[in-house]
Design a binder for this molecule. Sequence first.
Ligand SMILES: [Zn+2]
Length: 177
Amino acid sequence: MPGFVNRLLERFRRRTPALLVVEAALWDELLTELAIRGKGVRESGAFLLGVAPVNGAPRRVADVVYYDDLDPASLTGNISFGGFAYGRLWDECEARGLAVVADVHTHPGPWVAQSSTDREHPMLAQSGHIALIVPDFAQRHVGAHEVGVHEYLGETQWQSALDTEAAARLKIERRAR
Ligand SMILES: [Zn+2]
């Protein structure tokens, strides 16, 4: 990447701190699983678990629980996650000693803005909760700049980040080995 682009990105990142950090291996696994579960024809999704955030620090994703593992009937084309399945989700969180830090679901095509249903029915109606939207039913590799990063502000209000802003908010961390 040319130096001036890097400098611009760097300036942007300083202004827009990361909300969520995912290790690249886990991100790749997540995309693969979402693609398999959606079969290229329906939306799929998951809760992302991590340690509850402390004073504004970015949340690090440590584990993933898929909607259809909690509620096998949830992938109906859209996502129809049953209220009863939250009990199973809390059990999973307790067993792993983790909290829900975000959710993710796929959309058909390149459109990663929220639908009215997405806006009106947050998977976790807790201010600060993050909802990611992945394009193309996750049937290909998706970078952070292609994801919709939507932060819940409470009372059905959201703050959305797309493109470079999304890449600053969602950090996919590739570790040197
Ligand atoms: Zn949606």
